[in-house]
Design a protein around this ligand. Structure first.
Ligand SMILES: Nc1ncnc2c1ncn2[C@@H]1O[C@H](COP(=O)(O)OP(=O)(O)OP(=O)(O)O)[C@@H](O)[C@H]1O
Ligand SMILES: [Mg+2]
Length: 373
């Protein structure tokens, strides 16, 4: 029997951290996972390694793997001290007015949704991905960083609402459809933001993220503005992104821009989680088993293969996607049985799978580099 990292992670998902009530896998506590034949090695990151509690966690890990994967596996578990999140470590918030706050503590994964080309469906993908993840039981936030053309307020039907500030002077995200939401559109008049340059936008986004009380989130999804210019680059460099999803449509122009998007993330060492193809095919409502590839077939999958990044899936073009986006309830909720809603659910599952694998395979300690100071 060949043992996979995924089987091990599935087994470890049954080990729950009692204080936060989530599994050690979901809390990114498993690092440096390797499977070599019948030998499984990994490190569990704990606040207090070396205590009786830590030994209990190690025993539970071993037991879970022996029980769910194979009783004869050689399981080598180490424990190490959990790195303090940037948010805990550096308290920029109370400091000088010119220093934007650090990234929000309590957020486990930051996932950006980007594209080279405009109008390919980034915001639609970001919104539906967020709702699908929330439906699947994760704690999810969504930030619209597109100050020139914010769309989250429309897609979630919160255009007339403004977030409030709590007694610690933190912004409380709005909550709609099970997702915590903030949009630059709540704060900045898009007409006035047109003259902003990249560093201004980036600093505003950072401020905005760090000044919000997100609570505990499994995923914070960031909807980026279109393009691969100065603005995208500065946002991407100043937020500690876990990974990025690049959206493309099947047309050659969009694929060429998706290639630029992937290159941009790779240049700044942000892992690309994969490429998703939106508006990939059309299924007539009366012929639900047919798929018409109106703009060509397999382009994004091929590009992903060529660039060595995962292909995360294809989303069909469907009238309900646009209609539900315009009326404030993403299709995943409004038409849960539609072909596109199901495709978004599969995208969410694949996103979780890829993020989980990456987090667990990553080395236990990482050098924190602050690029902009
Ligand atoms: N799969 C789909 N089926 C049908 N319509 C879609 C689909 N995906 C997106 N749309 C529609 O296409 C339009 C553009 O989508 P969206 O605003 O999500 O793109 P975007 O990439 O975020 O655009 P921008 O670059 O301006 O930020 C919207 O009207 C949206 O409803
Ligand atoms: Mg958009």
């Amino acid at each position: 029997m060949r043992v996979t990292s995924e089987q091990i992670l599935q087994a470890l998902s049954t080990v729950v951290e009692p204080e936060r009530g989530k599994s050690i896998v979901r809390l990114n506590m498993v690092k440096g996972l390797t499977v070599d034949g019948a030998t499984v090695s990994f490190t569990v990151m704990l606040k207090h390694p070396g205590t009786a509690f830590a030994r209990g966690v190690v025993a539970a890990c071993r037991q879970a793997i022996h029980e769910h994967v194979g009783p004869d596996l050689d399981v080598r578990v180490e424990t190490d001290a959990e790195m303090i999140g940037l948010g805990d470590d550096i308290q920029i918030s109370g400091g000088g007015a010119s220093e934007p706050p650090g990234p929000p503590p309590g957020v486990l994964n930051f996932v950006a949704v980007a594209s080279g080309k405009g109008g390919v469906g980034k915001s639609t993908v970001a919104a539906n991905l967020a709702v699908a993840l929330a439906r699947q039981g994760y704690d999810v936030g969504l930030v619209d960083t597109d100050i020139y053309g914010p769309s989250v307020p429309t897609m979630f039907g919160v255009r007339d609402e403004k977030p409030r500030v709590n007694d610690r002077r933190k912004i409380i995200p709005l909550e709609r459809h099970g997702v915590r939401l903030l949009s630059m559109g709540f704060m900045v008049d898009p007409a006035r933001a047109v003259i902003w340059r990249g560093p201004m936008v980036s600093s505003a986004v950072r401020q905005f993220l760090g000044d919000a009380d997100w609570g505990e989130l499994d995923y914070l999804i960031l909807d980026l503005p279109p393009g691969t210019g100065d603005i995208q680059l500065t946002i991407v460099q100043t937020i500690p992104l876990t990974a990025a999803i690049v959206v493309s449509t099947p047309q050659d122009v969009a694929l060429a821009d998706a290639r630029k998007g992937v290159a941009m993330f790779e240049n700044v060492q942000v892992p690309v989680l994969g490429i998703v193809e939106n508006m990939a095919y059309f299924t007539p409502p009366d012929l639900p088993d047919r798929k018409y590839y109106l703009f060509g077939r397999g382009g994004a999958r091929k590009l992903a293969g060529e660039l060595g990044v995962p292909f995360l899936g294809e989303i069909p073009i469907e009238q309900v996607v646009r209609e539900t986006g315009d009326t404030g309830t993403p299709v995943v909720l409004a038409e849960p049985e539609s072909v596109s809603a199901r495709a978004f659910h599969r995208l969410a599952e694949e996103t979780v799978r890829q993020v989980t694998l990456r987090n667990a395979m990553a080395p236990p300690t990482q050098k924190v580099e602050i690029l902009h100071r």
